[in-house]
Design a binder for this molecule. Sequence first.
Ligand SMILES: CC(C)(COP(=O)(O)OP(=O)(O)OC[C@H]1O[C@@H](n2cnc3c(N)ncnc32)[C@H](O)[C@@H]1OP(=O)(O)O)[C@@H](O)C(=O)NCCC(=O)NCCS
Length: 228
Amino acid sequence: MSTPQPICILLGAGGHAKVIVDCVRSTRIAEIVGILDSNPQRWGHDILGVPVLGNDELLPKLKQRGVSHFVVAIAATGNNGLRETLFLGALNAGFGPLNVFHSTAICSPSAHIGEGAQLLPGCILNAGATVGRNVIINTGAIVEHDCVVDEHSHIGPGARLAGHVEIGCRSFIGMGACVRQGVKVGCDSVIGAGAVVVKDVPDGVVVTGVPARFLRKTRSESGTNAEK
Ligand SMILES: CC(C)(COP(=O)(O)OP(=O)(O)OC[C@H]1O[C@@H](n2cnc3c(N)ncnc32)[C@H](O)[C@@H]1OP(=O)(O)O)[C@@H](O)C(=O)NCCC(=O)NCCS
């Protein structure tokens, strides 16, 4: 007898949600019944046939109707604090985080993966790497051996972390960026697309370029529709 699929809701109805719907369907790990978003203009629309039902106020009702799991489905490239808020809010409301692993993601058996982490198409998580809760390893990204990616961070499409790199919580590594082995990136920082990071990056800054240099401090945003 097969185990019933968990019933799941997505939080955030932007472009990243489309990728998540695709991944969840292709792996048949859960049934997605709807999407919540703070932007009323998105309500009543659908993403690949999944309806955008309303905002987070619907969570208690959905729980009563048997929804058990959630996925934070925004990419929030500039502010992963928002992804953290959504994650903790859904946990507090009694939902469980669903792990989303695409079938083409390569994950070492010795890697450690936190609850609600997303391993998207073609990414590689190598031996001894650790990713925390609610981390996104996006399409084609490489996280080499013994890296640590802390909670709520996002490794963008095609970004590469060499061995023993550490990424603090809520940081974002832009698409195609490279981080040299052993380098530490702090919390709430953003590495610009295509940057090459050759020395440690402190908390709360944006760096860009080759080699990566300070651009500005990070800003905070709010709302589940913060995705660009
Ligand atoms: C780094 C980043 C966050 C900066 O955004 P921003 O603060 O809005 O910066 P702006 O676009 O106003 O640019 C400010 C300056 O930085 C430069 N700049 C911006 N991004 C840069 C990058 N990735 N590399 C090099 N220079 C960059 C701009 O050319 C501009 O220079 P100027 O002042 O000489 O004209 C953004 O450009 C970026 O790279 N985001 C990551 C995108 C990504 O990976 N998306 C994947 C989504 S899954």
